[in-house]
Ligand binder design. Sequence first.
Ligand code: 4UW
Length: 521
Amino acid sequence: MVFRSPFPDVEIPDVSLHQLLFGDIADRADRVALIDGMSGASITYGQLVAMIDRMAAALAARGIGKGDVVGILSPNTPYYAVVFHGILRAGATATTLNALYTADDVAHQLQDAGAKMLFTVSVLLPNAAPGAAKAGVTDVVVLDGAEGYPSLPELLANDHPVPSVEINPAEDIAVLPYSSGTTALPKGVMLTHRNLVANLVQCGPILSDVGPHTRILAVLPFFHIYGMQVLMNNGLYIGGVVVTLPKFELPEFLRVIAEHKTDRVYIAPPVAVALAKHPIVDNYDLSAMATLFSGAAPLDVELADAVRKRLGCRVSQGYGMTEMSPVSHAIPDARDDISVGTVGVIIPNLECRLVDPATGADVGVGERGELWCKGPNIMKGYLNNAEATAATIDDEGWLHTGDVAVIDADGIVSIVDRVKELIKYKGYQVPPAELEAVLLTHPEIADAAVIGVRDADGEEVPKAFVVRQAESEIDGDAVMEFVASQVAPHKKVRAVEFIEAIPKSAAGKILRKDLRAREQA
Ligand code: 4UW
């Protein structure tokens, strides 16, 4: 049974992302596009487009064009948008890296993506420089300047011609973010211009309250698809103002909402905990914040209600996945009747099915099934990984999300479980296979498996089940310290249990559902 949006299909223009966002900014050239929330410095749409042109010209002069991949490793600032859209304007592909990544993580992504160049900032150089060196990337730009590296102003100060590249929206890869998807390790997600353009246009009917008056707080990172598309690109598409913050710190977050009167604030669920409970929230005038929008992990409905009551704002929720560019479901602005414990309705131009993972049979209203989606926002595939692509998108084009959902008679969808391996810590992806590989390098660990469990605050955290080597007396703290010394902070193991043997199938695959059952018991 195929479920569809309550909204009629929308027309998806056959244009590049640049054409969609900046094709005609005549009416807004003098209006502010982006504000640096830290310094208050702003750039207008006219300045933004001019800088994007200079960036594209500089890249073309360096030999970057169609088919080339360029990395961005930077916290959110207005210049992120300049670099990102400059890369796309040059016809190249942007691969966005998690700012928390270790040098090895950086090297791995740059290498896997085949990146030719990297943009970063001085504070991230300690990981960026060795990562780029290991991947053989020698052209590194440090946006705010560092000795021995070109800076953004130096790059933009050029009079090269803007390259005229012809983008084929349905074929050309605009971005290559990395995601574990439903299987093992992070893979490059090939999103075409059409994928990104489609998802922005598909969200139009959902976001009926937004427009040029909208002021978005962008603290969720632009390297992740949620920040990239829902905050940065959608903010620019609607002609709004995007206020950037480089990291989440509650006082700064609250100050910027109050000072810059941001009416749309996008968060992941852990921020809702702070907004519901922290006493300093009362010290700020947050009355401008009309809508708080949560996504990337399950939102607790009681928590959401507590925030709504305390701050008097609407709390809303969306659901998506990197591989879907990313939005597939959201609560429409105009539907105050929909519970924030749900992810709302299906977006236009998208078909959905719910399929029983055990039998492969479609299920109907009120029954649990794995969510499958098909539409113009579904990725082209994983880079250089036909096997993983085939395991995720079937022959008929259905993307299997690995999430379990229920749809009610009114077409409202709730996400109720996850059947894939992926762990989400504060909305960040944590691939268990990566942690298992690290654990197995410890001489006192014979075997290990990692799953997501709920901590005392209801937060999902990675937990390791560990089999000690004979005679080893290693304890949980030592295991956690060992992992923490080698992985990015969001990937730390936060609970450990010692066990006699890891449950495995006859084929040697870890039986995660047995570990989950053990955890529940
Ligand atoms: N409830 C339960 C949710 C939810 C969720 C995501 O890192 P990725 O690939 O991508 C994201 C995308 C987040 C996002 C997209 C569109 C949108 O409107 C919005 O909110 C405003 C957020 O995180 O991880 C994808 C996986 O994250 C889980 C789910 O398991 C999914 O497959 N996930 N959103 N609301 N779980």
